[in-house]
Design a protein around this ligand. Sequence first.
Ligand code: N01
Length: 545
Amino acid sequence: MVTSGNKPQYDSIVIGAGVTGIYQTHLLAEAGMKVLGIEAGEDVGGTWYWNRYPGCRLDTESYAYGYFALKGIIPDWEWSENFAGQPEMLRYANRAADAMDVRKYYKFNTKVTVAIFDEDDNLWRVTLDSGDTFTCRFLISATGPLSASRMPDIKGIETFKGESFHSSRWPTDADGNPEGTDFSGKRVAVIGTGATGVQIIPIAAQTADELFVFQRTPNWCTPLGNTPLSKEEMDDLRQRYPTILEYVKGTDTSFPYHRDPRKGTDVPEAEREAFFEELYDQPGYGIWLSGFRDLLLNKESNKFLADFVARKIRERVNDPEVAEKLIPKDHPFGAKRVPMETNYYETYNKPNVHLVDITQAPIEEITPDGIRTADGFYELDVIIYATGFDAVTGSLDRIDIRGKGGARLKDVWAEGPVTYLGLQARGFPNFYTLVGPHNGSTFCNVGVCGGLQAEWVTRMIDYMQERGLTVAEPTQAAEDQWTEEVYRDFARTLLAEANAWWVKTTTKPDGSVVRRTLVHVGGGPEYRKRCEQVAYCDYEGFELA
Ligand code: N01
């Protein structure tokens, strides 16, 4: 029910109870504000709540992702593995929610369907799928960059008689544990070979009678190197939390890696190869994020590493034809997010695993019994869609968000987002997008960057409330300049040469194609420095009233 008059019912409404959303809700409540949280799931966890597919795990070092542990919110938290699996990640989110006691602010099993800015009262009217409407001064989305699951548009998809599910909507039992992860006696298909498919495929291959991997584009995958964490290692990590936190805040992506200061093109071949070997043997993202500094700037340097990884793939896959199909030919190494793998390439040496190259013979239809491609039919019991997400803006597009003059955010961003600091769009006052488009927390270790961003937003809201300010909106000049910078920084890198999930491609009515980055790649430290400057200068670039 909407109360009449000028005062909103809540200071803030936070959409989402993932790791960023629960922290934002906690910070606002702690600052004395009246806050309402809305979450589609039945409990907290966000990405760790929804993604329960077999093999789902962190590809960030657990200790570096675990902001709630690093910050002392759950100081006694114990990680059991260097790269924690989904069940542990969900427990982590729940423990943090307990410690912050945030559930009481949330409505679970509820979606926001419409949000309309009321220009007379400077407040947002937020309508839920329950039909209720609530008003707030500040609307904050923490909907996650990878939460709007995307099913492929394949003829006959709804006719399939067997089991089928998108990776982020895996069926669970009454206790929330994934169901149907034993594929014994089944013929299983996985469509998609991004980071998710690469985690599912080796696990599904362990039990499936036959596993068919439908690959459109191969990715550059490198070893995760996960190992258990001993009690001694955990104790040692805990001692070093303050240093670890400062360290990850200082790296470009908040992963625990700095780039090597050398250019790949300056290093003699033998030294280069030895360095690549070292990186390949290390656990985690080192090979992507601590390699030569020109890896994503110089094609020649990139090719050195791409050729090295291609050789590794050829060594690990017995059938040379299969190996060639698994080697990317269309994008530089690291221009898409590098999937971290565990026995991924060896999986293709198993007799029950078959790589189906659908660039050669595309999928034509799904029938009640399986998948038909241009050159064959695959009879199946299970189809797993690891086909990704409408990334970054997709979750916002699914809400009818209307700003000043009734403008729809989805229309304003039709060809790509325009924002200031990736935090607000002109015409949509008081609406903050955490870990959203063009902000420095999205191309980042979200566990940490989302937390840092929530802290900044809390300070800004606090600043406004202390001064009785009721509206914040970016100036046109600030928005134009930021958007131009984001596009310029992206275009300077080899990231511009790949169709990763962080690139939005739109075909215009005249047939021309527009490609726009959805992420800011200027580096976390630079981004946060900029945000601090903005705050120091009384939120320069925002019109406050
Ligand atoms: O999604 P993706 P994802 N027919 O978009 C294919 C994070 N993550 O869920 O490349 C056939 O990368 C598509 O093919 P193509 C991580 O940031 C984190 O795997 O478009 N195929 C591609 O192969 C990651 O980057 C963890 O040609 C179709 C795949 O589906 C992000 O999530 C773990 C198709 C989609 O790949 C997204 O990864 C897992 C079609 N119609 C993921 N449509 C952690 O460890 C799409 N594809 C934290």
